[in-house]
Design a protein around this ligand. Structure first.
Ligand SMILES: [Zn+2]
Length: 67
């Protein structure tokens, strides 16, 4: 599932950058970008942040550059 998410993010130009800007830690170490569910914010780094990092690495490999 994480892999599929990474592929999806990597396919959208600019999405990884947007996710990395949105999914940042607040002063309590929780993600600002994730929805505030019953359990509260996700601890940061959340899975979307990790997927965005992976997507950037995937894009770098696709363009022939090493991450
Ligand atoms: Zn998040």
């Amino acid at each position: 599932m994480i892999h599929e998410l990474t592929v999806f993010i990597a396919a959208e130009s600019g999405m990884a950058d947007r996710l990395l800007r949105a999914h940042v830690a607040d002063r309590l170490g929780r993600c600002r970008g994730c929805p505030n569910g019953r359990a509260g914010h996700m601890p940061w780094p959340c899975s979307l942040h990790a997927a965005a990092i992976d997507a950037l690495a995937r894009q770098a490999r696709a363009t022939g550059m090493q991450p």
